[in-house]
Design a protein around this ligand. Structure first.
Ligand code: ATP
Ligand code: MG
Length: 332
């Protein structure tokens, strides 16, 4: 079986619909066909300042949402990144193999550091892609299901794998991105040019899975559209409507042309109202499952401990091999 790895940051009280459609929804069926390893990446989360108490709480909430979405610990390894120290250890080796210029070209760093200003940007945000490369390469993953925004980081991961293999002999699997184009970039409801983001979107721009569905419905109804009336997919000129159609199609199963036809002669208000209903229907059982899982934190922690133990056996083997090839003297 080929292996899949992916991760998500515990940087908010809830995942948003972009996280779900762009990434997590793909994680579930991959369990049938692949060996799957999924991680709540708390080490990545502290590249932006986090409140310790909240971070701990959000890590559990993130894991609970993954379980509620259908990640099955009997079939997947589900764990928390900081429980497996090899991630940070391999990241250092990869950091020392990354050019400063090459890291400087990462658009996520430019975006996030630009928003915060240089004075508030820590070096971890800059080395984030090397930690992500370590996450993937530790498990020799073949494929990484992510949103479009992570394509460039995966490109770097591939380069680092090839560089290591070239320098020290073939060892790492060079991973492929697994990105579904139709849902790879769900955009902000208030700013349809920007991706929906846990830490950067305004409250009205983001549809959170754990929010009261009434609140989400209101946000959908007030999503930015355009001054035309026609319901038509056109990313360039009708980014807002196109985004709503993408979300609608992903949740409903009908294709975008089918939806365009169904809404011929109808208004944006109709589309929004129906999408709000569809979203409520989808999210209601998801929220119930998440809350039920969170009501038993000991059980949840035990699932994560078991996942970490499984992940560590793989990660330790990889790190030992990397250390050896790098030329580190083994501890006697
Ligand atoms: P943050 O703002 O803290 O970076 P985020 O919303 O970008 O949060 P991440 O935890 O960084 O979420 O990413 C988790 C997964 O969700 C990744 O695979 C990422 O590519 C995907 N993803 C994030 N935002 C979107 C989006 N708007 N559309 C599709 N996929 C997305
Ligand atoms: Mg992100």
């Amino acid at each position: 079986r080929k292996r899949v790895f992916s991760g998500i940051q515990p940087t908010a009280d809830s995942f948003h619909v972009g996280n779900y459609l762009g990434a997590i929804r793909q994680w579930v069926p991959l369990q049938e066909t692949h060996e799957t390893i999924y991680c709540v990446v708390d080490l990545h989360a502290i590249t932006i300042e986090q409140d310790p108490k909240l971070l701990r709480q959000r890590t559990r909430i993130a894991a609970a949402q993954l379980l509620a979405a259908g990640i099955d610990p009997a079939r997947s390894i589900l764990f928390v990144q900081s429980h497996v120290p090899e991630h940070a250890q391999l990241a250092w080796v990869l950091t020392c193999m990354t050019g400063f210029g090459e890291a400087s070209r990462m658009t996520q760093f430019k975006d996030k550091s630009g928003k915060q200003g240089a004075a508030n940007t820590n070096v971890g945000l800059f080395t984030y892609p090397m930690l992500m490369a370590a996450d993937v390469l530790l498990y020799n993953a073949d494929a990484v299901p992510v949103g479009e925004d992570q394509r460039q980081h995966l490109e770097l991961t591939r380069d680092l794998a090839q560089r290591f293999n070239g320098r020290y002999g073939d060892y790492f699997t060079v991973p492929d991105p697994y990105i579904i184009e139709a849902v790879g970039k769900i955009t902000d409801l208030q700013d349809p040019g920007a991706k929906m983001s846990k830490s950067a979107s305004s409250p009205n721009g983001i549809i959170e899975l754990l929010d009261d569905p009434k609140v989400s419905a209101k946000k959908i109804r007030s999503a930015v559209t355009d001054t035309e009336r026609e319901i038509r997919y056109d990313e360039e000129n009708k980014a807002g409507v196109s985004n709503l159609l993408s979300i609608y199609s992903a949740l409903d199963g009908r294709t975008i042309p089918e939806l365009e036809q169904a809404y011929e002669g109808k208004g944006y208000g109709d589309l929004k109202k129906d999408l709000a209903e569809l979203f409520t229907e989808f999210v209601t059982p998801f929220r119930e499952r998440t809350h039920a899982i969170l009501a038993e934190p000991d059980k949840l922690d035990a699932v994560l401990a078991e996942g970490a133990a499984k992940a560590r056996t793989i990660a330790a083997r990889t790190l030992a091999e990397v250390y050896d090839r790098t030329g580190f003297l083994p501890a006697a």
